[in-house]
Design a protein around this ligand. Structure first.
Ligand SMILES: NC(=O)c1ccc[n+]([C@@H]2O[C@H](COP(=O)([O-])OP(=O)(O)OC[C@H]3O[C@@H](n4cnc5c(N)ncnc54)[C@H](O)[C@@H]3O)[C@@H](O)[C@H]2O)c1
Length: 324
C-alpha cells in the first residue's frame, strides 16, 4: 500500500513537467522527500511560482521555466533524466471547447515533443497524465480500459491523442510509456480560483468566503474523486513497471463514487456554514456519472490506493482552512 517503500537507484533523476501545478508540485514534493533528484519544467501558464519557491532551497531540486511546445527546451530538460512524469497540459473541458487550436498545440504537440525528447535522451520510463475524459459518452459503469465511447470535448481528444502517440513511441522507438487516466483528482495546492477551477477547492473557498456556490445541473452527477496521494503512488509505481506493459493506459482513481450534492453538504457541514447552493445549467461536454474499475492498474502496476475519498477530503479541508 502507498509508496513509502518504493525504491529507485540512488542518484535517480525525475523530470516533472507541469511541476508548478497542482499534481506536478505534489509529485516534486514526494520525490524530494524520498531523496531523489527532481527537475521541474513549467511555463507557469496555469502553474504558480509559489509552487516552485517551496523547493528552491533543496539542492536536489532545479526549476526550468520553459514551454513543452518548444522541442529544444524539451531536449535540454531531458538530458541525464531517468524518469519523465509528464503532467504539463491545460485542463478544463469548457475552456477546451473555447480554444481548440491551443489545446491541440499545447496538449498534443507539447506531449509529443516530450516523448521525442525522452526517447532521444534514452529516458527509462515516460509516464504521462491522461484523463477519464477519454471514456467520452460510454455509459457503462465502472469505466474499463478498452471500452471507450465517443469523445465529448477537444480536451478529451487531446488526452486520447497522447495515448495513441504513446503507443507509437513504445512500438516503433522502444520508449516505455505508461498513460495514467486520472479521475477528478483533489488535494492540497489545487487552485480554487477562476471560472475553470475544479469543483472541490472552488466550493471550499467560496464557502469560507461566505459566497454562494453554483452547482452545474441538478447536483446528482457523480464522480470517482481521487485524493492526490493515490496519484503520486500511481506515478511512482508506473516508473517501476515492466516493459511488457508499456504502451498501455491505466485508470487511476480510488474506485468509489460520490454525488456532487452530497459533497456540497459534506463540505458545508465540515466547514460549519449554512449556505444553500444555486443551481445552474449542465455544462457542455460533461458526463453524468463516472467511476473507475482500477483492477488493471492494480494487477499490472501494483497500484493499491489507500486514500479513500472520506480520508482524503478531511485532510484536504484542513489544508484549505490553513492555507486559503
Ligand atoms: N486535476 C485533475 O483532476 C486531473 C484529471 C485528469 C487529468 N489531469 C491531468 O493532470 C495534469 C496535471 O493537472 P493539474 O490538475 O495539476 O493542472 P495544473 O493546471 O495545476 O498543472 C498543469 C501545469 O502544467 C503547466 N503547463 C501547461 N502547459 C505547459 C507548457 N506548454 N509548457 C510547460 N508547462 C505547461 C502549467 O503551468 C501548470 O503548472 C494535466 O495533464 C491534466 O490534464 C488532471
Amino acid at each position: 500500500m502507498g509508496y513509502e517503500n518504493v525504491k529507485f537507484l540512488e542518484e535517480s533523476t525525475f523530470l516533472v513537467t507541469g511541476g508548478a501545478g497542482f499534481i506536478g508540485s505534489n509529485l516534486c514534493e514526494s520525490i524530494l522527500k524520498l531523496g531523489y533528484k527532481v527537475r521541474c519544467l513549467d511555463d507557469l501558464s496555469t502553474g504558480k511560482q509559489e509552487n516552485v519557491d517551496l523547493f528552491l532551497d533543496n539542492p536536489n531540486y532545479t526549476f526550468i521555466k520553459g514551454d513543452i511546445k518548444d522541442l529544444n527546451t524539451c531536449m535540454k530538460a531531458c538530458e541525464g533524466v531517468d524518469y519523465v512524469l509528464n503532467q504539463a497540459a491545460w485542463g478544463s473541458v469548457p475552456r477546451s471547447i473555447e480554444m481548440p487550436l491551443y489545446y491541440c498545440d499545447n496538449n498534443i504537440k507539447g506531449t509529443l515533443n516530450m516523448m521525442e525528447a525522452a526517447r532521444k535522451n534514452g529516458v527509462k520510463k515516460f509516464v504521462y497524465a491522461s484523463s477519464s475524459s477519454v471514456y467520452g459518452d460510454e455509459p457503462n459503469l465502472p469505466k474499463q480500459e478498452g471500452r471507450e465511447g465517443k469523445l465529448l470535448s477537444p480536451y478529451a481528444v487531446s488526452k486520447r491523442a497522447n495515448e495513441e502517440w504513446a503507443k507509437q513511441y513504445t512500438k516503433h522507438y522502444g520508449l516505455d510509456t505508461y498513460g495514467l487516466r486520472y479521475f477528478n483528482v483533489f488535494g492540497r495546492r489545487q487552485d480554487p480560483n477562476g471560472v475553470y477551477a475544479a469543483v472541490i477547492p472552488k466550493f471550499v473557498k467560496q464557502l469560507l468566503d461566505g459566497e454562494q456556490p453554483t452547482i452545474n445541473g441538478d447536483g446528482k452527477q457523480s464522480r470517482d474523486f481521487t485524493y492526490i496521494e493515490n496519484v503520486i503512488e500511481a506515478n511512482l509505481k508506473a516508473c517501476l513497471a515492466p516493459s511488457s506493459v508499456a504502451g498501455e493506459a491505466f485508470n487511476i482513481a480510488y474506485g468509489g463514487r460520490e454525488y456532487l450534492v452530497d459533497i456540497y453538504y459534506g463540505l458545508t457541514k465540515a466547514l460549519g456554514v449554512e449556505i444553500e447552493p444555486k443551481y445552474g445549467p449542465d455544462r457542455a461536454g460533461d458526463i453524468k456519472h463516472s467511476n473507475a474499475d482500477i483492477s488493471k492498474a492494480k494487477e499490472l502496476l501494483g497500484y493499491d490506493p489507500d486514500w479513500s475519498f472520506e480520508r482524503g477530503i478531511k485532510v484536504a479541508i484542513e489544508w484549505y482552512r490553513e492555507n486559503l
